[in-house]
Ligand binder design. Structure first.
Ligand SMILES: Cc1cc2nc3c(=O)[nH]c(=O)nc-3n(C[C@H](O)[C@H](O)[C@H](O)COP(=O)(O)OP(=O)(O)OC[C@H]3O[C@@H](n4cnc5c(N)ncnc54)[C@H](O)[C@@H]3O)c2cc1C
Length: 446
């Protein structure tokens, strides 16, 4: 039977999948409930600033992302972050300290205790953990010590998940770190051994480089749409999949051989009314971090030196702000000359109430912290925009094992339905692109 695919959701997941199917000449339609293409990705241009209301940057952390951007290179200009991106600041006692980048700075840094610095020397000899459901916090305390948890991992987890290392499970939330311990018995030893392993030409293209696009991440969305063809994208669509007794899927009057969902877990019952609530309960219960993102554009920057990636604030420091990105230091053209564009995040799983308050009240809370932390004497941004995300980042907590099991059971029971998006396989844009490529390959091959 000729394949006909319905993709649900026009974020980077759905768009990348549509791109790969189009390339393989497979028939598909991409359905989106809103009038916006790109999902959470949205770039804005105003008063000489370019800023984002969703993700700000991504990492070239897998070959699928690198190769997708190579393929799209005639349609958008990829930009890589300035060298400044290597400097990442962590707050301790109201002072910023650069996250150590090598052994000397690691010894000198006041971020970690002497006891834990000494403990780190013994890390390669600490026995391998045997609890696959161990939280990130427990794993880090066991192998590295409490101060590394408080002043490296906790802020790092805020930066990626806006989450809590006590509830996130390492195996699912930081699978590469988990595998280092499982495969090599040590983070340090494993990282050294891995760096020495021979790499193919393709593998060498993968890096920690930080990307965006010339006019913001929406350029990537536009490049994908150019290649997919706008006629294949149906906006403002309310989706309800029907299933015939003979196993065919219908959307409206049209039959589809495959249905791929890339949406948030909470949307699944409305899209798949024929799935039992007991089957969906353990998928739908996925917890999401709420986040408010504040874009601030200053025509003339008179605060501290912000030539760095940004600053992350450990929970121990008891601030409202989770982290700040110095976007105009990373990419050219984000702010007028001598100006600055910063992106500031509040909320997360630990401070979710902050995401429920209005812009003026939120700014009353955030402004004094920004003045203190960034040395701003006159807080007079010409851009102050607050973007609220109620289901921002999926939290891979202890429910993940059951969720993955249920997804796999459903996919077996209902062949050619795929439950994708950030409900599994990682929360970053690069993870979404990799997942889309994997699914496309499965569909194309079968
Ligand atoms: C504030 C924020 C900051 C982030 N920062 C970063 C970062 O710095 N780096 C990074 O790599 N990642 C970051 N992420 C994560 C990254 O943006 C996401 O992983 C990725 O963009 C998600 O893409 P997606 O297509 O899976 O989902 P989405 O972008 O959420 O797209 C899903 C789409 O499905 C649509 N939809 C929902 N329900 C239905 C329905 N019933 N029918 C039809 N369509 C429906 C939605 O309208 C939406 O367009 C951030 C995310 C947020 C929210």
């Amino acid at each position: 039977m000729k394949k006909k695919i319905a993709i649900i959701g026009a974020g980077i997941s759905g768009l990348s999948l549509a791109y790969y199917l189009k390339k393989a000449a497979v028939d598909f339609t991409l359905f989106e409930q809103s009038s916006h293409i790109g999902g959470v990705i949205k770039s804005h241009k105003n008063k000489g600033f370019i800023y984002e209301s969703g993700p700000n940057t991504g990492t070239l952390s897998n070959i699928e992302t690198v190769e997708l951007f190579e393929d799209l290179s005639k349609d958008f200009q990829l930009v890589l972050a300035d060298e400044a991106a290597k400097k990442r600041l962590i707050l301790r006692d109201n002072h910023w300290h650069a996250l150590p980048s090598g052994p000397i700075s690691g010894i000198k840094t006041p971020l970690f205790s002497l006891r834990d610095k000494l403990k780190l020397l013994t890390e390669p000899f600490i026995k391998k953990g045997d609890n696959p459901m161990e939280s990130i916090a427990d794993m880090v305390k066991r192998r590295m010590g409490e101060s590394f948890l408080d002043y490296a991992i906790d802020p790092f987890i805020s930066g990626i998940y806006a989450g809590d290392p006590n509830t996130l499970v390492t195996k699912y939330a930081l699978p590469k770190l988990y595998q280092l311990e499982q495969n090599y018995g040590s983070f340090i030893g494993g990282a050294i051994k891995k760096s020495k392993e021979p790499k193919s030409e393709r593998e060498k293209k993968v890096s920690k480089k930080i990307f965006s696009a010339q006019n913001g991440l929406s350029d990537i969305v536009n490049a994908l749409v150019t290649n997919i063809g706008i006629e294949h994208i149906k906006l403002n669509s309310t989706i309800k999949v029907k299933r015939n007794p003979n196993g065919e899927y219908h959307l409206g009057e049209t039959n589809y051989t495959h249905i791929i969902s890339t949406v948030n877990a909470k949307e699944l019952p409305a899209i798949f009314p024929f799935l039992k609530s007991t089957q969906l309960a353990k998928i739908e219960n996925l917890n999401y971090a709420k986040v408010a993102e504040i874009a601030l554009g200053f025509d003339k920057w008179e605060g501290m030196d912000i030539n760095a990636f940004g600053g992350l604030i450990p929970s121990k420091e008891n601030k409202h702000i989770l982290g700040i990105l110095f976007m105009s230091s990373l990419f050219k053209g984000r702010a007028p000359k001598n100006g600055a564009l910063i992106s500031c995040f509040v909320g997360g799983t630990k401070n979710k109430d902050l995401v429920d308050i209005g812009k003026d009240e939120l700014m009353e809370i955030v402004k004094p912290e920004l003045e203190l932390l960034l040395g701003i004497k006159q807080f007079n941004p010409s851009i102050t925009e607050v973007f609220y995300h109620n289901n921002a980042i999926a939290q891979y907590e202890s429910s993940t094992e059951d969720r993955l099991l249920n997804i796999s059971t459903l996919e077996k029971e209902y062949p050619n339905i795929y439950m994708a998006g950030s409900i599994r396989d990682g929360v970053g844009m690069a993870d979404r692109i990799k997942q889309a490529k994997d699914i496309a390959e499965t569909i194309i091959e079968v």
